[in-house]
Design a protein around this ligand. Structure first.
Ligand SMILES: Nc1nc2c(ncn2[C@@H]2O[C@H](COP(=O)(O)OP(=O)(O)OP(=O)(O)O)[C@@H](O)[C@H]2O)c(=O)[nH]1
Ligand SMILES: [Mg+2]
Length: 545
């Protein structure tokens, strides 16, 4: 005899037997559920005062009998019935209900998140007879973005709706929609969400940047959502209901992952992953991913790996495979992730080894630096927000070809070039990794060696992309990071870049307001004032010494 699921404490033994006997029932392929079975389920429900649920496969066999309370039932783990992304689960859920009838929000949530073939709720009248039957199923992607269809209520003699045909047709449509999307691109698709107490504009600004970050990581941001919330929920960041809605939206739009603009702590990642069957990452992880893709040099790679492992360590988890809940919980589990066991000690060892190698690299670099210093060439470092045009400026100034690209964090590894000024002055000019608001701490630590380089600079060229609507905040972020690195006292020239994208009058205003020199880093003709500025400063400084 198959085992019952749920809480059967307090059941009489004959009730228990009746429930067990349900496993013997079969539902013919054209029926959602038969009238006779509905009658029996309702009678038992009223008798026990509990909702009763059945999980039924496509052959009409009952694979689980679930006994709930008077409010709902809990669906057991059905991850072994896992199916492809563009398929349904192959199971439907039929349960009794004492409410006014109709599918509840929890019903629809579970339908979507568990990708059930169908969900049906049988209204039990007080006298133990069944009322109307409400059923709903998932819809393929559609223009109105409606994730499911609730069918008109059915009465007992309308249950032979050609059930199996309906589900097969639906699945064929889903598969087709899936193929269309795949042919579209092989990029990952993401929903971006910000759960924040900030006013809408500020939240939007940050989400725009998150969109840019996603793009730089080759991810398509298909939708951005702001969830205004004064205080973050300690477990899920947002309310559980909202989280499920979000997951449904993601699934329905074919998104592969959800990206939070806020940093999630390890226990939040765990709780969220436990509730929804989707990959979830936060802003820090996205930045780490970009860094991992971009790192080229040995040192860069070591630094990124170190940052990733430090971030990962507290997040190593075994997924909870215990019973999932229907009214109040979701049970779908990602393939292969269920028994994710990673040896923390091995990660810690690797971190130690990386730290050692990095210390070595950094020592070697210091030796080289002191050699360079002996030559006595002053260093000018180009710093600034990511994508501001730092590498472009280095290239134009020195006629070189450092990679410059319209994506965030194109440069990770520092490069240095010699630059000759008029009157035989010669300097070393360096380009380095860009800054970003809320630069992840682990990255800051990992890139310490690279950033320490900046200590030796005589002058900073702080490149600012004045065509970016968020440039004022970017200036603040850069200055804040400089202070954190104790570099705030180095003489800095503010370089207002991309002036070609702004009308000339505004450029003049900005030059005055921000005490900066405007240029277009990609047009050498515009660099004269900046060069003059630099030579003046250098001459002045060499005289002072
Ligand atoms: N229109 C215009 N585009 C510019 C200018 N300077 C740079 N760009 C473009 O801005 C984008 C970013 O330039 P990069 O030089 O890679 O910027 P970066 O500061 O080195 O960026 P990261 O290395 O990613 O931090 C590229 O697409 C450049 O072509 C400019 O003066 N005008
Ligand atoms: Mg660059």
């Amino acid at each position: 005899m198959k085992k019952l699921f749920g809480n059967f404490k307090g059941l009489k033994s004959d009730q228990f037997r009746k429930l067990e006997n349900l496993y013997r029932r079969r539902i013919p392929p054209e029926f959602i559920v038969t009238a006779e079975l509905s009658r029996d389920l309702c009678r038992l429900s009223v008798e026990t005062g509990r909702q009763i649920g059945l999980m039924v496969n496509r052959q009409g066999r009952i694979i689980h009998v679930i006994i709930g309370n008077n409010q709902g039932i809990m669906i057991p783990d059905i991850s072994e019935y896992r199916i492809a992304a563009d398929r349904l689960r192959g199971l439907r859920c039929i349960h009794t209900s004492f409410d006014n009838g109709g599918l509840t929000r929890d019903d629809l949530t579970d339908l979507s998140l568990l990708r059930l073939d169908l969900i049906a709720s049988i209204k039990c009248k007080k006298d133990g007879s069944p009322g109307k039957i409400h059923a709903g199923h998932i819809l393929p992607q559609n223009r109105d973005k409606i994730p499911y269809r609730v069918m008109p209520p059915l009465s007992l003699h309308q249950l032979d709706i050609g059930y199996l045909d309906l589900i097969s047709a639906l699945e064929a449509e889903l598969a087709q929609a899936g193929h269309l999307y795949k042919a579209d691109s092989n990029k990952e698709k993401a929903l971006l969400i910000s759960v924040t107490p900030l006013p809408k504009n500020a939240a939007m600004d940050s989400l725009m940047e998150l969109t840019e970050l996603a793009r730089s990581s080759n991810i398509d941001a298909i939708e951005t959502i702001i969830q205004h919330r004064r205080k973050a929920d300690p477990r899920y960041l947002m309310g559980l209901g909202k989280l499920k809605e979000l997951a449904i939206r993601a699934l329905h739009q074919g998104a592969d992952l959800i990206i939070f603009d806020q940093d999630l702590n390890p226990s939040q990642v765990r709780s969220i992953a436990d509730k929804i069957d989707l990959k979830v990452i936060d802003r820090t992880q996205l930045i780490l991913d970009i860094f991992a893709r971009r790192a080229k040099s040995r040192e860069g790679k070591l630094q990124v790996e170190l940052a990733q492992l430090k971030y990962l360590l507290p997040r190593l988890i075994t997924r909870n495979t215990a019973m999932s809940r229907l009214t109040g919980g979701i049970g779908g589990r990602g393939p292969g992730e269920t028994k994710l066991e990673i040896n923390r000690r091995r990660v810690r060892d690797r971190i130690k080894r990386l730290e050692k190698s990095l210390a070595l690299v950094s020592r070697r670099r210091k030796q080289q630096k002191s050699k360079r210093h002996k030559k006595g060439l002053p260093v000018i470092s180009i710093i600034g927000y990511t994508n501001a045009g730092k590498s472009t400026l280095l290239n134009t100034l020195t006629n070189s070809r450092v990679l410059a690209e319209n994506r965030l964090f194109a440069t990770l590894d520092p490069s240095s070039r010699r630059l000759k000024f008029p009157r035989d002055m010669e300097v070393i000019i360096t380009d380095t990794v860009g800054f970003i608001t809320n630069l992840p701490k682990d990255l800051m630590v990992a890139f310490r060696a690279t950033l320490e380089e900046l200590e030796n600079a005589e002058i900073f060229l702080h490149v600012i992309d004045i065509s970016n609507p968020r440039f004022e905040n970017q200036i603040k972020s850069v200055e804040k990071i400089l202070t954190q690195l104790k570099l705030q006292n180095i003489t800095t020239i503010r370089v207002l870049n991309k002036m070609d994208k702004i009308d000339p009058e505004t450029v003049i205003n900005l030059e005055q307001r921000f005490i900066g020199t405007a240029i277009s880093a990609n047009k050498s003709a515009t660099l004269a004032p900046l060069i003059k500025n630099m030579t003046n400063l250098l001459t002045y400084r060499s005289k002072k010494i």
